[in-house]
Design a protein around this ligand. Structure first.
Ligand SMILES: C[S@@+](CC[C@H](N)C(=O)[O-])C[C@H]1O[C@@H](n2cnc3c(N)ncnc32)[C@H](O)[C@@H]1O
Length: 336
């Protein structure tokens, strides 16, 4: 991957002369083409992200209980201050977080590529997007996953993640083929995990029963357990109130592998809030964001009720498949 000063200038709107002064002052080596090392790129990126956060006039919000300043007011903050949900575009939301402020990212983006590639036969396989994202709409807005936009998203994920931490990104097969190389440019990819949904779904050829999850790291970190297989047998959510609601167990497994108590877990594509429920169950703190009104309404109600009653209004029972490894991990799982 090529690291260019010009990219930081454009992304963070830094004046070229300011950047030149910074580079000279810090004796950063720049090639004739304006390229710098990955380490220098991250250092400059971090410096200017924090600088731009200071300049910006948005209200500063401090998440109770742990020291994270988010330059936005949350849509919802739990009374105990451990869960905060924001309504924003994912990239914008991440840009408002300070560098190295999050311990684990688990996310399931709304890729735009999948629907385009599924224009087969009589039309799109997963329904109409006409009212996507609007109140009462059946479907949600897509994240524009052009190479450039996706790279920006990943670079922001990298910046906000602490060093020696993990990230899990969910993919359908189509998006994995086109976007996984970009993940490898930014993070160290360690595994391609397979979520086996047990029950068969739609499909024009072989019918889909799985999704992929890329497991990657920033720096070095072991998993909490060496007993977790790379195929996760967990049933899909049927008759969900929110499209593509994922079982909480999928996110719980990510946390079993990679979270300690009180870790700050972040999901910038929150949807119905399954990752938030998994974070509460795993004794973690949670920062979530979604662009859509209904995602925030759903997840706020769901989190509130779960914190008050310990019942999950959108996933009433366990969705673990009939699999010995999974059962062991959830019932007897001592991970340390
Ligand atoms: C696949 S769903 C997430 C489902 C979630 N994991 C769950 O279990 O309910 C993707 C979400 O991304 C949201 N989204 C789409 N574009 C976005 C953007 N630019 N920024 C933030 N969220 C976005 C959609 O509104 C949708 O809720």
């Amino acid at each position: 991957m090529v690291y260019r000063i010009k990219d930081i200038q454009e992304q963070l709107s830094v004046v070229a002369e300011d950047m030149e002064k910074y580079v000279r002052k810090n004796k950063i080596k720049v090639s004739k083409d304006g390229n710098i090392s990955a380490k220098a790129y991250q250092a400059i990126f971090d410096f200017y992200s924090i600088e731009s956060a200071k300049i910006d006039n948005k209200s500063v919000y401090v998440l109770n209980g742990h020291k994270i300043e988010v330059k936005q007011k949350p849509f919802y903050e739990s009374e105990n201050g451990t869960v905060s949900l924001f309504q924003d575009d994912a990239i914008n939301f991440l840009k408002n977080l300070p560098s190295a402020s999050v311990d684990l990212i688990v996310t399931d983006p709304a890729y735009s590529g999948m629907n385009q590639r599924l224009k087969l036969g009589r039309g799109k396989i997963i329904g109409t997007y006409a009212d996507a994202g609007k109140k009462g709409a059946k479907w949600f807005e897509e994240f524009r996953d052009s190479e450039e936009n996706y790279k920006t998203l990943l670079q922001e994920c990298y910046r906000v993640l602490r060093n020696n931490r993990h990230i899990y990104i969910m993919f359908d097969s189509y998006s994995l083929l086109s976007l996984a190389p970009i993940v490898r440019d930014v993070f160290e990819v360690k595994n391609v995990l397979c979520w086996d949904k047990v029950n068969i779904g739609l499909g024009h050829y072989f019918r889909r029963r799985h999704e992929f999850i890329l497991f990657a790291s920033k720096g070095k970190r072991h998993l909490n357990s060496k007993n977790i297989p790379d195929v996760w047998k967990i049933k899909r959510v049927v008759h969900s109130k929110y499209p593509t609601q994922k079982p909480t167990e999928v996110f719980e497994l990510m946390m079993k592998g990679s979270a300690d108590k009180d870790f700050v877990v972040c999901d910038p594509f929150l949807g119905s809030g399954s990752a938030a429920i998994a974070a509460i169950k795993s004794s973690c703190k949670f920062l979530g964001c979604d662009i859509a009104d209904n995602a925030l309404t759903f997840s706020k109600e769901r989190v509130k009720q779960f914190l008050e009653t310990k019942t999950d209004m959108y996933q009433k029972s366990s969705l673990l498949g009939d699999d010995e490894a999974m059962t062991k991990l959830f019932l007897n799982g001592k991970f340390k």
